[in-house]
Design a protein around this ligand. Structure first.
Ligand SMILES: Cc1cc2nc3c(=O)[nH]c(=O)nc-3n(C[C@H](O)[C@H](O)[C@H](O)COP(=O)(O)O)c2cc1C
Length: 186
């Protein structure tokens, strides 16, 4: 698949099944992520790969976080939290490292992670896999961050659910470019 096709046909795929990408496919996708533009070459990103039984352990972390946030959490909601990570055979946690640099505002570190994650998802797409970027309150939860081993200067930019598409990709209607682009002539 050429790059333009991979970009134009990428959609979020919530229905994911095994197989997850092989180590070789994943290696290529991470190599693409690591080619993201990055002001002052700070390398402000790192990734955790979660699969197999660790997905269930992440579910326990999500449940504990929800229970801590709401001690009266209904059993159904607890179960939903516990099962969240089981929606894909692999989750990649994209972490932004908020390095201090006098010339790089913090938001540029997040922008770089966004570019990296997009590279990663497109590289998976180009190799026949699908993915979905998810965040939500659990991405900002202190218990989740601690359980995943984040340092004080790190944040979760995304839980990237990864696998094989279990449903037809959504057909995308291209947005009119002219709605979002204008010439500026001074
Ligand atoms: C930073 C970020 C966070 C996102 N978090 C969620 C999320 O928590 N839940 C969700 O359903 N989709 C999430 N998405 C995916 C968007 O919903 C999705 O990209 C959007 O609906 C457009 O669909 P498409 O990716 O198929 O074009 C997120 C996307 C980004 C860039």
């Amino acid at each position: 698949m050429d790059a333009i096709d991979a970009i134009l046909t990428r959609t979020s795929q919530g229905k994911l099944m095994a197989p997850a990408p092989s180590p070789e496919v994943l290696q290529t996708a991470f190599a693409c992520a690591l080619r993201a533009p990055d002001h002052r070459v700070l390398r402000p990103w790192r990734y955790l790969v979660i699969q197999g039984e660790a997905l269930a352990r992440l579910g326990q972390v999500f449940e504990a976080a929800q229970r801590a946030a709401d001690p009266a959490l209904a059993e159904q909601a607890a179960e939903r939290a516990r099962k969240m990570p089981l929606r894909a055979p692999m989750i990649v946690v994209a972490i932004t490292v908020h390095r201090q640099d006098p010339k790089v505002p913090d938001e540029e570190l997040l922008l770089s992670t966004g570019a990296a994650v997009q590279n990663f998802m497109l590289a998976l797409r180009a190799q026949g896999f699908a993915s979905m970027w998810r965040t939500g309150p659990l991405a900002h939860d202190a218990h989740v961050k601690e359980s995943l081993g984040l340092a004080g200067d790190e944040s979760i930019s995304g839980f990237i659910y990864v696998g094989t598409a279990a449903a037809e990709p959504r057909k995308v209607t291209p947005l009119p470019v002219s709605d979002h682009v204008a010439d500026w002539q001074g």
